[in-house]
Design a protein around this ligand. Structure first.
Ligand SMILES: NC(=O)c1ccc[n+]([C@@H]2O[C@H](COP(=O)([O-])OP(=O)(O)OC[C@H]3O[C@@H](n4cnc5c(N)ncnc54)[C@H](O)[C@@H]3O)[C@@H](O)[C@H]2O)c1
Length: 288
């Protein structure tokens, strides 16, 4: 029985709210996952969501089995995605969620530890850099196993805005928001490229001032507040982007750092095996 369980590729989602279900839905279009287990403090919600998703599987290109479960299933999961937390309300900063979400994150991770989970833990709970650290400490997992969604979402927003402004497809913009997933993040212009061309060189050649692009940073930083205000609801893309980032070079949070644990190296790819500090100029290094 155990061998059969181990041979399956299984994901557990803890927290079946807005972010969690956006992640779960996107997984229906992934190949290579055998089972997805949904867990929520509200067991009926997890059950209902599992039933609902299962109907969607009819038209999905996968044979995945989706069901509601418990932490006892964690031992045989390769990945746990943590989206169980209080969400930002209009006007609220991510840091204001720290107390309640630290409690939830710690509680969930202790359950995972008790149930011998030893896979990869993806954390989306905000404030995500701090929650990634809390999750690492409470789960007892090796540091390479704990990955936060970091500034993956901010980086995606930056690429969209820069692409629009400069007239390139976002997929050709290689630029990153570094630092905290929060109000103190920054763009590392020295590490920004359009294709293989340095962005700073491109601006120079085209006589575009960097100051013109600084407003893009403000737009990106404040976009979460705008979206929450307009939707009167939460942002749902982060957990999927985080999962996607495992396949790419991205600005995820690591649960450790040679400097400070909570403002850590937001450049991991895949963070499970290699965390890379970017080369920064002195001003960027101070901000990092
Ligand atoms: N990292 C990012 O970029 C990013 C973006 C958006 C939201 N978030 C964060 O993701 C988290 C979830 O947001 P949401 O909008 O989905 O919230 P939500 O309120 O819609 O869903 C939260 C879910 O977690 C469940 N839950 C609460 N406590 C639990 C516990 N102890 N054990 C198991 N389940 C529990 C709730 O029942 C609910 O179903 C929040 O912390 C939010 O701040 C992060």
């Amino acid at each position: 029985m155990a061998d059969n369980l181990i041979s399956k590729r299984r994901i557990m989602l803890v927290g079946t709210g807005f972010v969690g279900m956006s992640f779960a839905y996107s997984m229906l279009h992934e190949k290579g996952i055998d089972e997805m287990v949904l867990v929520d403090v509200n067991a009926d919600k997890a059950k209902g969501e599992a039933m609902d998703l299962t109907d969607g599987l009819v038209y999905a290109d996968t044979k995945m089995k989706v069901y509601s479960g418990s932490y006892a299933d964690a031992e045989y999961c390769n990945v746990v995605v943590l989206t169980a937390g209080a969400a930002q309300r209009p006007g609220q900063s991510r840091l204001e969620l720290v107390k309640i979400n630290a409690q939830i994150t710690k509680g969930v991770c202790e359950e995972l530890k008790k149930n011998k989970f030893n896979g990869i833990l993806l954390v989306a709970n905000n404030p995500v850099d701090i929650m990634t650290y809390v999750a690492w400490k409470a789960s007892g997992l090796p540091k390479e196993h704990v990955i936060g969604s970091g500034t993956v979402l901010d980086t995606a927003r930056l690429r969209v805005e820069l692409g629009d402004e400069l007239g390139f497809a976002p997929s050709n913009i290689h630029a990153y928001i570094l630092g905290e997933h929060g109000d103190s993040s920054f763009i590392s212009w020295t590490n920004s490229y359009i294709g293989c061309k340095s962005l700073l060189e491109y601006l120079d050649e085209k006589n575009i001032s960097l100051a013109r692009l600084q407003t893009i940073y403000e737009d990106v930083r404040d976009k979460a507040y705008k979206i929450i205000d307009l939707k009167k609801q939460r942002i749902t893309e982060s957990a999927w982007l985080c999962a996607e980032s495992l396949r790419r070079s991205s600005t995820t949070s690591a649960a450790f750092s040679p400097f400070l644990p909570i403002r850590t190296a937001n450049t991991a790819s895949p963070a499970t095996s290699s965390v890379r500090q970017p080369s920064l100029d002195p001003t960027e290094r101070r901000r990092f």
